[in-house]
Design a protein around this ligand. Structure first.
Ligand code: SF4
Length: 335
């Protein structure tokens, strides 16, 4: 019998809240509308995948245009904002890291990893699970030939606490480096734009007035022509300027070493979670972790079901069933 796949995102999900794992993985429930944060992150990964396989900026922007072709249909304007932010982030990345100046080449991009899930204490393989994941890439240093894992992250905040968290607790990278036999990671962290699209900008007509002698007056008279939302072009331009200020704090590249100890701890975490999932299944009980219900002002997508004693009406009206581990399917960006 084929084993079930425990993926990196499944692991993260279970560690966030085992009840959330239950909804997503056991019951295969996903919200009818994809969470904007997930869509945003995955669109940016898709675009940088194109860049890392040799496509230029124009081609990347074209792909975004295609992906967000219906953005104007969204009356809330969120899709337009998202599109502009993605374009701004892509332009900033290309400016910061011109491909020809990179110190490394990409050996693999969006590469799948599948391996038996091993108990690190006994070296026995799980009878229930295999591990599977997809890494953003493997890069080769042009000078030394050393291979490193490449990971891309987008974050609303890049500060000391964020960097320490990445350096100390990134189970995902430790698992990937273990399976790929690597001991270092190049991390690209890109801060998401924190400036919002302006709901209203004033557009003026400039009228040139003349003196009696026919010479133009120095100052033109401005007359309000219209008040409208900021255009895509204006917003993208503002985002590009935003990235030009304190660029180092918004586009960071970290080079980290992954020790054998880090890898062992990550493999133990993975094994332990696999056993907890089996245990929860046997008990038909998944613990609700109320501490994870709200993060950065956003509520968990299962909040309504969770707080309504699993109302069938909410399940039917707000959710659909999805393919398990759909993040591992080959969903290529439009290009
Ligand atoms: S609402 Fe809270 S308890 Fe329920 S699944 Fe989400 S994080 Fe877990």
């Amino acid at each position: 019998m084929e084993k079930e796949l425990l993926t990196q995102s499944g692991l993260k999900l279970y560690l966030t809240c085992s009840k959330k794992w239950d909804y997503r993985q056991e019951q295969s429930l996903v919200p009818l509308e994809e969470a904007p944060a997930l869509r945003f992150g995955s669109s940016y990964h898709d675009i940088l995948e194109l860049r890392n396989t040799g496509h230029d900026l124009k081609e990347c922007i074209f792909s975004l245009e295609e992906t967000y072709a219906d953005r104007e249909m969204d009356e809330s304007g969120k899709m337009i904002s998202e599109f502009c932010c993605l374009v701004g982030m892509t332009v900033a990345y290309f400016n910061r890291y011109p491909l020809e100046d990179e110190e490394f080449t990409f050996e693999k991009v969006e590469s799948k990893i599948k391996a038996p899930l091993i108990n690190p204490d006994t070296q026995r393989a799980s009878r229930s699970f295999d591990f599977s994941g997809k890494c953003d890439g493997v890069v080769k240093d042009k000078e030394t030939g050393k291979l490193s894992l490449y990971e891309l992250k987008t974050s609303s905040q890049i500060d000391r606490a964020y960097i320490l968290k990445v350096a100390s607790f990134d189970v995902q990278c430790a698992i990937y480096t273990h399976h790929l036999n690597l001991d270092s990671v190049i991390y690209d962290v890109v801060k998401k734009p924190t400036i919002k699209r302006k709901k209203s900008v004033k557009v003026y007509d400039e009228i040139q007035e003349f003196k009696k002698d026919g010479e133009p007056k120095k100052n033109k008279t401005k007359i309000l022509k219209e008040e409208r939302p900021e255009s895509e072009e204006e917003y993208i331009k503002r985002i590009a300027s935003w990235y030009e200020i304190d660029t180092d704090d918004k586009l960071c590249r970290l080079s980290l070493v992954v020790t054998e100890q880090d890898k062992l701890r990550a493999m133990r975490t993975l094994w332990s979670v696999s056993q907890k999932i089996l245990h929860d299944r046997r008990d038909s009980f998944f613990i609700q972790n109320a501490g994870s219900c709200e993060k950065w002002g956003r509520f968990c997508e299962y909040y309504d079901i969770c707080t309504s004693h699993e109302s069938e009406i909410i399940k039917q009206n707000q959710f659909k069933t999805r393919e398990i581990n759909s993040e591992l399917t080959d969903k290529k960006p439009v290009f």
